[in-house]
Design a protein around this ligand. Sequence first.
Ligand SMILES: Nc1ncnc2c1ncn2[C@@H]1O[C@H](COP(=O)(O)OP(=O)(O)OP(=O)(O)O)[C@@H](O)[C@H]1O
Ligand SMILES: [Mg+2]
Ligand SMILES: [Zn+2]
Length: 562
Amino acid sequence: MFEVYQVLYRKYRPQVFSDVVGQEHITTTLAHEIESGKLSHAYLFTGSRGTGKTTCAKILAKAVNCLHPHGGNPCGECEICRGIDSGAILDVVEIDAASNNGVDNIRDIRDESSFAPVNCKFRVYIIDEVHMLSIGAFNALLKTLEEPPAHVKFILATTEVHKLPVTILSRCQRFDFKRVSPEAMISRMQFIAGAEGFTLDDDAAVLIARLADGGMRDALSTLDQCIGQSSHVTAELVTKVAGMTGRGHLFALSDAVASGDAAKAMELLDSLYAASCDMERLCAELTLHFRNLMIVKTVKAADSVLICTAQELNDYRAQSGRFTLEAILACIDALQTAGANIKKGVNRRIELEMTLLRMASPAVSDDLQALRRRIAALEGALRAGAAFPAQTEPQPASVQPQQTAPAEPHEPVPSAAEPAPEPSADPAPQPESRPQPEPQPSAPADPAPQEDRYFELWPQVLSVLAELNKPLWGVLMNSSAVLRGDFVLLQSDNPSLPMFIRSGNHARDIREAVQRVTGQKMRLGIFSQPKPAQPAPETSAPSPLEAILQAAKDGGVKVNES
Ligand SMILES: Nc1ncnc2c1ncn2[C@@H]1O[C@H](COP(=O)(O)OP(=O)(O)OP(=O)(O)O)[C@@H](O)[C@H]1O
Ligand SMILES: [Mg+2]
Ligand SMILES: [Zn+2]
């Protein structure tokens, strides 16, 4: 049986520009500059991970020094090429700015660069992850870039070009590396399979390319893991190695979203989490899934655009019928935002939960589109004779009259469609049945409101909830609470909160947690800031449209039925 001694992506690091796939816009320009001798003194290579930046930097460093270059490529055989490869020639210096980011590191380069190279024509500095340099180091680098000695070349590489000062940017010739296309990846993988003597099935290659999402290194790593198991790489093997279970879970999740079934979406997410599915990856996969739905919905020859099997294409077609294009775009938007937040380090699972919750419950989402739909529904209700509470009316209690308008007859959001009472208030805390409809359910019905007290033990309640009910804890993470009589009133600027608490056993779990912490049975409500008692005259009369918008936003519009 054959064995791999060196990881594939190292072994098959391209040695000449023509081996670099998917970046022809860059490699032809570079090769041409080398051939014609019109070199810049500083290059900036940017683009996502594993797309060939370091590879091209190394080729370029050799090519400018090679004794027998052909077509702008290094020969790979002369003493210079071999010396650079083996590390024997010290004129090509690779610096990892992630670990050498101080001003002194760059000053060293400056001092050193004033000397002529020892063996080569050019001293080449490859500064990888250049965005990691400190401010001082950037300034030192800038000085060198401003008056570079003729025998020095800089190649800066980074995935995060937006973190570079413009002063640096403006002194470099910039090349943007693209994600490698699936076709280019597949052909490179097949080339490697041929060279290594293993069999790579076509659908397996498609699958790897899809998983790698444009990163060639990732693709080769997955391939490596596969051939560690068998010299015949099949789609099943890829599936097994990559630890994914097809796209069934994606269809199931988006089905729940299409049905407006937030509880179902939470349940699915929960079981995926339990099966140690990586939430960041799931978020990326879901984004792609909705993108595919969008393509199927808009492009006639979708099969030429999508990387998927015929069966999957049918599934996409069927599911795309359940969404409007607008809804799909809104979902992509929400998922992309979630992905960005996750990258910034917020809790992955909670972020995804909140996002799915919003996607599945457009009625409680406060994004523009949802708002538009709600306004349309409200207009309908108005035409049908609905009455709105006057805006000047003083708030009787600071708990919102959370009676939900039977708006949006087309929105399949079960809980919002019922004339449900304030979800979390429990006029009769025991037994644990669903709250009963009653006209003024949520307010501690006290005409002279009792004084609110800050509920200091709320953080403890939250930590109990972290054990008891994770999704709920996620939704409540940034909340606080006040006490009023025997009510605990939740404070949160999460618009989904009332709707969320209405579903499942969440209200019960909060009460349970409160009881564990305080030893007392308390009732639940949602706190809302009392409106300023005497608003300034010029702001006291909002336009009717503003009033409706505000009411729609608050979710507290009261429509007179019956
Ligand atoms: N465009 C490409 N064509 C062929 N192989 C590639 C390409 N891009 C990457 N590879 C493969 O992936 C490996 C890593 O690529 P490289 O180090 O150039 O990526 P990078 O863009 O510098 O990534 P990072 O941002 O993580 O530093 C290479 O050794 C090579 O095997
Ligand atoms: Mg690199
Ligand atoms: Zn050479």
